[in-house]
Ligand binder design. Structure first.
Ligand SMILES: [Zn+2]
Ligand SMILES: [Zn+2]
Length: 754
């Protein structure tokens, strides 16, 4: 008999001789084990990893403390094989936050706990020695003048960087390759050359120690910034939780406000957690924070290697890193001295985890500040409607930044009615003329098209055949550059057929326009003018940084981009932004589509005229009277949001209602629906007052990656009502007989109806 005994969740007499352990499995229960010989269960602190016998093998588990006792046959309990960590990895507050998340999002505790840890520590790996490989000057290198290397500018730059007084991590100054790359761009070859000269040598560095940059003073704050800083600082001084919405137009200096607040936290000896939506935005912010604050910083994002990630995470957990900058999952980073939480671009959809433990990092950040008792600042130029609603009713303090820093004018928004207009390469004549004028004046223009590839459809002009994905209810996008048809939903690709697969005629045509095609069209319309295309295809393998640097230097008068370019990247030379095909986004099936569309328009518009040059934004549309567009044009995002919130209120949709979406998928169309019908039966059996059920219905794209999908929506007017229902429903769901090959998942506060 190898099955461990289920632990109970009743809070009976504590201090039994058994250890409660969670394992990384989709099981709702924890398990009881005997402590290793010679140790009491109480000696193994909660948050410590242990190796335990499980099934036929062994697994890593996380100790949760002495078990209250399962009441089952104790003679069958197994013994912990080994204690893996000398001290707990997670403190009581971290465990409490993850427990809360597992409970709220109705996810198995063990999986939630391990999802919150660096991947390497989910295996029985010993903790890494906290040392990073880096580079430092040799004695000869210290005495060299960078000018000696006039003919090798990369080497000169690396040498100069290492020679900055006080630069470097640790007692012996040195920098990692990553530190150098962040500051200077790719420098591997230069490093090798300097090592060959005997001027630079490898060394080991302490990851938790600052890169030694001397803090630089910031610019003077304008009155609104100063007011915002003062309000959050007084909340910090008073102690306790307070949530702030920092509602600031693009370019109004939100980052400067964050920096001053982080400095205040530092001065009080507290750590700060800063969440950003995209890995692409971290180097920019990291550099700015690094040069301004000069404190040990841990950066956490999905682009890190396992070892780097573990070291950064532990630098935060030990308290050595004063600041954690990270994407979504960094919200779980242990921070023993946490004193401030910042969520930048809080409206961004990438704060929502869409698989496994489906959480909102923004919402968890607020929760975290609440249990820690510290302020949280949610910053955005286009706050999410639910956040605005919280600010409107006074749950969040509302801070406004209405002026652009440095007195830059806000961009002017113009609708360009293209009904009946001849288009060239998707651009109206008026737009082509305006683009030409800006380019001729030495300015930069940005063409926004949220569709990558050459064309979204390949069709036979003769018989009407359309290239569809064999695994999804979706069309294949034509990628001429890679000579493939590709599905953007499941990743399937295939060669481009030479002739129509149905009628064999040789008349296949590309319909519609993606960024690749726009790039070609623009090259024809503006011959000889360098253009850079920035989308997921052109930036694979780290090209984003290079392209953005070129864009900022002004190498490309024309920039073409998808929403990748809309987010936070500073492009001071851009004076004209054109959104060339908005209309498909105006009529989305999802009730959140207008909100996302408005945010996207404002974010893209924010790229224009950030410096002293005024900017202009042109929206090409065939629906110039669309209420979303007219509200945005007349009153900006605020006016749009007021209207949209009124509509949500009337339709009783979030934030005026609370939802949980049960999704199911199976090999055939019946399995998913059948599973959800049983789930709906269970829900009706509970008979929860005030909870409505919608469905089951097929998902908007029913077949995806060869699986048929359906969904069942539950909704209630109050969070508490919904949570009480879910608590009961999930027990039934976990006991549900699942048809072969089918599976389900629950998404509390879903962001997308996919
Ligand atoms: Zn055909
Ligand atoms: Zn597909």
């Amino acid at each position: 008999m190898t099955t461990p005994t289920l632990g109970s969740n009743t809070g009976a007499a504590l201090g039994s001789g058994y250890l409660q352990v969670a394992v990384d499995l989709p099981l709702d229960s924890t398990f009881d084990y005997l402590p290793p010989f010679g140790q009491g269960a109480a000696a193994i602190a909660p948050g410590t990893r242990v190796l335990v016998p499980f099934g036929r093998g062994e697994r890593v588990g996380l100790a949760l403390g002495a078990s209250p006792g399962s009441g089952q046959d104790q003679s069958r309990l197994k013994r912990v094989t080994a204690v893996l960590d000398p001290a707990p990895l997670l403190a009581a507050a971290d465990l409490a936050l993850i427990r809360w998340a597992a409970d709220y999002y109705r996810h198995p505790l063990g999986e939630a706990l391990f999802a919150a840890m660096p991947a390497r520590l989910r295996r029985p790996e010993p903790l890494l020695e906290p040392r990073l490989r880096g580079w430092r000057l040799t004695q000869i290198g210290r005495d060299q003048a960078a000018e000696v290397l006039a003919r090798a500018p990369r080497q000169a730059a690396v040498l100069a960087r290492l020679q900055v007084p006080g630069a470097g991590r640790g007692l012996t100054p040195g920098l990692t390759t990553a530190d150098l790359t962040r500051a200077l761009g790719e420098c591997g070859a230069a490093l090798r050359a300097l090592v060959a000269r005997g001027w630079v040598e490898p060394c080991l560095l302490d990851p938790a120690v600052a890169t030694g940059v001397v803090p630089v003073l910031g610019p003077e704050l304008h009155p609104e910034q100063a007011q915002a800083v003062a309000e959050v600082r007084s909340a910090m001084a008073a102690g306790g939780f307070r949530a702030f919405l920092l509602d600031g137009v693009t370019g109004s200096g939100k980052t400067e406000v964050y920096l001053r607040l982080i400095q205040a936290a530092l001065a009080a000896g507290r750590q700060t957690l800063v969440l950003v939506p995209e890995i692409g935005l971290t180097p920019q912010l990291e550099r700015r924070m690094g040069t301004r604050l000069g404190v040990p910083m841990a950066v956490l994002h999905s682009g890190l290697g396992e070892r780097e990630r573990e070291l950064a995470w532990r630098a935060a957990a030990s308290g050595a890193a004063a600041l954690v900058l990270g994407t979504r999952s960094a919200v779980f980073t242990p921070l023993p001295r946490l004193g401030l939480v910042v969520v930048d671009e809080e409206h961004d959809g990438s704060f929502k985890q869409q698989e496994g433990l489906r959480y909102s990092a923004r919402d968890l950040a607020v929760r975290r500040a609440q249990v820690t008792g510290c302020p949280v600042v949610l910053g955005s130029a286009t706050p999410a409607l639910e956040t605005l609603y919280n600010a409107e009713r006074g749950r969040y303090a509302w801070l406004h930044l209405t002026e652009r820093a440095g007195g830059a004018c806000p961009p002017r928004l113009d609708l360009l009615d293209i009904r009946g207009q001849p288009l060239e390469g998707g651009l109206s004549r008026v737009l082509v003329r305006d683009l030409g004028a800006e380019i001729a004046a030495g300015n930069q223009v940005l063409l926004f098209l949220n569709r990558r590839g050459f064309a979204p459809v390949l069709t036979c002009h003769d018989c009407g055949w359309v290239g569809g994905c064999p695994h999804c209810d979706a069309r294949l996008t034509l990628h001429l550059h890679h000579r493939r048809l590709a599905c953007h939903h499941c990743g399937w690709t295939q060669p481009i057929p030479r002739a129509c697969p149905d009628c064999a005629k040789d008349d296949l045509r590309a319909m519609g326009q993606g960024t690749e095609r726009l790039e070609e069209d623009v090259a024809r319309l503006f011959p000889g003018v360098p253009a850079a295309r920035i989308d997921r295809d052109s930036t694979r393998g780290g090209g984003l940084r290079r392209l953005l640097e070129g864009a900022r230097r002004g190498d490309y008068p024309i920039l073409i981009g998808t929403q990748m370019l809309a987010k936070g990247h500073h492009l001071p030379g851009v004076t004209l932004v054109a959104l060339i095909d908005l209309d498909q986004g105006l009529f989305g099936a999802d009730y959140r589509a207008p909100e996302r569309m408005a945010q996207l328009i404002v974010q893209v518009a924010g790229r224009a005229g950030r410096a002293e040059r005024p900017g202009r934004v042109v929206l090409q549309t065939r629906h110039p009277d669309h209420p979303l567009l007219t509200a945005l044009l007349r009153g900006g995002y605020g006016a749009f949001a007021r209207g949209a919130l009124a509509e949500r209120r009337a339709a009783v949709l979030p934030p005026f209602a609370f939802q949980a979406l049960l999704r199911a998928e199976g090999r055939g169309p019946e399995a998913a629906t059948e599973l959800l019908s049983r789930a709906a039966g269970l829900a009706r059996g509970i008979g929860a007052q005030g909870v409505s059920l919608w469905g089951p219905v097929p998902a908007p794209m029913e077949r995806r990656a060869g699986r048929y999908r359906a969904q069942l929506l539950t909704q209630a007017a109050g969070r508490g009502v919904l949570q009480r229902f879910l608590a009961e429903w999930i027990v039934g769901l976990r006991g549900l007989k699942v048809p072969a090959g089918a599976r389900w998942s629950l998404d509390v506060d879903p962001q997308e109806m996919l």
